[in-house]
Design a protein around this ligand. Structure first.
Ligand code: PMP
Length: 456
């Protein structure tokens, strides 16, 4: 058995980590176990996972119900190809998702990661337009400041001036509208939609779909914007025969308060959290034609995502000359992941996460709003179980590590954003501790801009 320092030495020499240089990166923690809100390291540190391990561990780490579901499924069948076979876990998950998802979104393509589900969404949109006799409609419009993943097709839909610029040469070219600037907590200002209208007017004949992250742009800027934008998008897409794709990978599963980010655009503001799918009501407002989900789908226990199309989109593709959808990951509908997702949906349905998230939001507001007064603060943003302190300048990674160790709170700031998206089971006192750590980072002296370890 290697000891901790031998393990870390091998890691530093041979293993790539996300968004990091292979060598000479700041020290990493050797995670040994994780339970509930907390990750324990080999040297005995207990860290509250204030970023839900990149926003997926919604019910907490090693959630007993999900672990048990995976264990049980593993005794029967760990994997079988989904080409030519189907299986109960995939079917049961499908049945559950059809009920759980917004009404009408019920044709499911299982993917193995969020990025892949975005690739599928873009391909479906293009195939839909092809089937409608519009092969020239093969571009998408995305939003500046957005993030949809790291594969080539998903990078091409993410912020054009963000972290992927180096790879422009291998990306398909799409069109971009300005980031919506009207904030979530302001009245909707229709001028905010002018850029999108202009882009669509200029390229109308080429556009298959518009894609956005509903109300919460995560990976490229932790930006929260007004749901009025989504209403305008739906109207514009309907007028122009363009499909609308909502990427709910980050915003979905109660992260912003209601079950889906798009729900902020449903009905009157007071009814925004209404559980449309379960009430059986027709939620007339703002539904996409295609939707992507991932991250919290399995509660962070297995990798799984899905691209979900409306009946209308699926019918057009299915009834056309090329009726097959040409995508098929090796691990599509992996039975272990399906079992984890079913157990995770059980928890989403049986626990009152809307109330829990409301309580988290309240604590985040109470703690983070006063941080506006810090000398280095540029902005504070809170919605649901998302809290972000935007700084004018970034502290050193040494200072960030020191705060993590001192407070026992795992934070992973990127660019100027010190944020938390804690597991939805996080207690109010843990939220207070997380906010204290954010405050301490906000109080650190800014350092030289050089290091990429703390970049998403
Ligand atoms: N879309 C959104 C909105 C995301 O936040 C992310 C991941 N941060 C992705 C897509 C990509 O998901 P994955 O990392 O699972 O490929």
């Amino acid at each position: 058995m290697k000891n901790a320092s031998e393990l870390l030495e091998f890691d530093a020499g041979h293993l790539w980590h996300p968004y990091a240089a292979l060598r000479n990166t700041p020290a990493r923690f050797l995670a040994r176990s994780a339970q509930g809100t907390t990750i324990e390291t080999a040297d005995g540190l207990k860290l509250i996972d204030a970023v839900s391990s990149w926003w997926c561990v919604a019910h907490g780490h090693n959630c007993p119900e999900i672990v048990e579901a995976i264990r049980k499924q593993s005794e029967k069948m760990c994997h079988v190809m989904f080409g030519g076979f189907t299986h109960e876990p995939a079917i049961e998950l499908g049945e559950r998702l059809v009920k759980f998802l917004p009404k009408g979104l019920n044709k499911i393509f299982y993917a193995d990661s969020g990025s892949i589900s975005v690739e599928c969404a873009a391909k479906m949109a293009v195939q839909y337009q092809f089937a409608k006799g519009h092969p020239e409609k093969c571009k998408l419009v995305a939003l500046k400041g957005g993030y949809h993943g790291d594969t080539a097709g998903a990078m091409a839909l993410s912020d054009p001036d963000g972290m992927h610029t180096l790879f422009r040469g291998i990306m398909p070219q799409h069109y971009f509208a300005e980031r919506p600037n009207c904030r979530a907590d302001e009245p909707w200002d229709d001028r905010d939609f002018a850029s999108m209208e202009q882009v669509v007017a200029e390229h109308e004949g080429e556009i298959a779909a518009i894609i956005c992250e509903p109300v919460f742009q995560g990976g490229n800027g932790m930006w929260l914007y007004n749901a009025g934008y989504l209403k305008r998008l739906r109207k514009l897409c309907d007028e122009k025969g363009i499909l609308l794709i909502f990427d709910e990978i980050a915003a979905g599963f109660y992260r912003t308060g209601p079950r889906w980010g798009m729900e902020h655009a449903w009905g009157t503001p007071g009814a925004a959290g209404k559980d449309c799918a379960n009430s059986g009501e027709d939620c007339a407002a703002v539904l996409p034609d295609i939707m992507t989900i991932g991250k919290a789908l399995t509660g962070g226990h297995m990798t799984m995502a899905a691209c979900v199309a409306s009946e209308m989109v699926a019918d057009v593709i299915t009834n056309s000359k090329i009726s097959a959808f040409m995508h098929g990951p090796t691990y599509m509908a992996n039975p272990l992941a399906c079992a984890a997702a079913i157990a995770s949906l059980d928890l989403f349905e049986n626990r009152d996460y809307a109330s829990r998230v409301a309580a988290i939001e309240k604590r985040l507001r109470a703690n983070l709003e006063p941080l506006r007064n810090l000398e280095n603060a540029a902005d504070v943003r809170v919605l649901g179980a998302i809290g972000c302190l935007e700084l004018k300048a970034i502290p050193t990674s040494d200072d960030i590590l020191r705060v993590i160790k001192e407070t026992g709170v795992w934070l992973r700031p990127f660019c100027n954003y010190v944020y938390t998206m804690p597991p939805l089971i996080t207690s109010e006192s843990e939220v207070d501790r997380i906010c204290e750590a954010i405050k301490m980072i906000g109080q650190c002296e800014p350092g030289p801009v050089s290091d990429d370890e703390f970049h998403e």
